[in-house]
Design a protein around this ligand. Structure first.
Ligand code: HEM
Length: 182
C-alpha cells in the first residue's frame, strides 16, 4: 500500500460537536497568542475525547515507529479524526506546539524534525505511519501511539493525564581542556 501525505485540513469551527471551551486548561490563553488555530484544534480534540465510544483503534509497533488505524462508526467523528491528524502534522511541520505541559507532547514537538508522519484516509477514519531513524525518538513514537490508545480507552477522564518520558540520551559534550599547572 502506498501512503501519501495530504495537505493540511482543519474542520470549520462549529461542526456541531465541539464544545467551545475557549480559555480552559488547554484553551487559547496568552501562551498561544499568534496561534490562530489553537482554539479550533482544541475544539476538535475535546470533541474526539467526547466521542471515543464510537472509535476503534489498532496499533502495530515497528522497529522504526508504528502504524495505526483509527476509525469511527460515526462519519462526523471519522472526519474529525482525519482533520486532527492532518492539523497535528501541520503543527509538527511548523513547530506550532500544543499541550507543551505534557512531557511527551513537548518532546515530540522538540524532535519533530526527526519524525516522518505519513497518513492516508480510510472510509471510516485514518491510517497513519510514523517513523524515525533516532532510537530515542522511536521510543517517543511508541509512547505516543500508546498515549493515543489511552485517550481512546479513557475518554474525557484521560484528558488531564500527563505522559512521562524516559531521559533523553546525554549528548557527548566535549570535555574542557585542563590547563597544566606550573
Ligand atoms: C490531549 C489532547 C491531544 C493532543 C494534544 C494531541 C496531539 C497530537 C499530535 C501532536 C499528534 C501528531 C504527533 C504524532 O502523531 O506523533 C497527534 C496524532 C494523533 N492523534 Fe492526537 N492529540 C490529542 C488527543 C487525541 C484524541 C482524543 C484522539 C482520538 C480519540 C487523537 C487521535 C490521534 C491520532 C489517531 C493520531 C495519529 C497518530 C496515531 O495514530 O497514534 N488524539 N495528536
Amino acid at each position: 500500500m502506498r501512503f501519501i501525505q495530504e495537505p493540511e485540513h482543519r474542520p470549520a469551527m462549529g461542526m456541531g460537536m465541539g464544545r467551545g471551551r475557549g480559555q480552559g486548561m488547554m484553551g487559547g490563553g496568552m501562551g498561544h497568542m499568534g496561534d490562530k488555530d489553537h482554539m479550533v484544534d482544541m475544539d476538535t480534540i475535546h470533541a474526539l475525547f467526547d466521542n471515543v465510544k464510537s472509535i476503534k483503534r489498532t496499533v502495530r509497533k515497528r522497529p522504526d515507529g508504528f502504524e495505526s488505524i483509527t476509525e469511527s462508526s460515526d462519519p462526523k467523528v471519522a472526519t474529525m479524526l482525519q482533520g486532527h491528524v492532518a492539523a497535528m502534522k501541520g503543527r509538527m511541520d511548523k513547530g506550532m506546539w500544543i499541550r507543551r505541559g505534557d512531557p511527551l507532547f513537548r518532546a515530540l514537538f522538540d524532535n519533530a524534525d526527526k519524525i516522518t508522519i505519513e497518513f492516508k484516509t480510510t472510509p471510516k477514519g485514518i491510517r497513519v505511519i510514523e517513523m524515525s531513524k533516532d532510537p530515542y525518538v522511536i521510543k517517543l513514537l511508541h509512547l505516543h501511539s500508546e498515549a493515543v490508545s489511552g485517550f481512546v480507552k479513557d475518554g474525557p477522564a484521560g484528558m488531564a493525564k500527563m505522559h512521562p518520558i524516559p531521559h533523553p540520551p546525554k549528548e557527548a559534550t566535549p570535555q574542557p581542556k585542563l590547563k597544566a599547572r606550573r
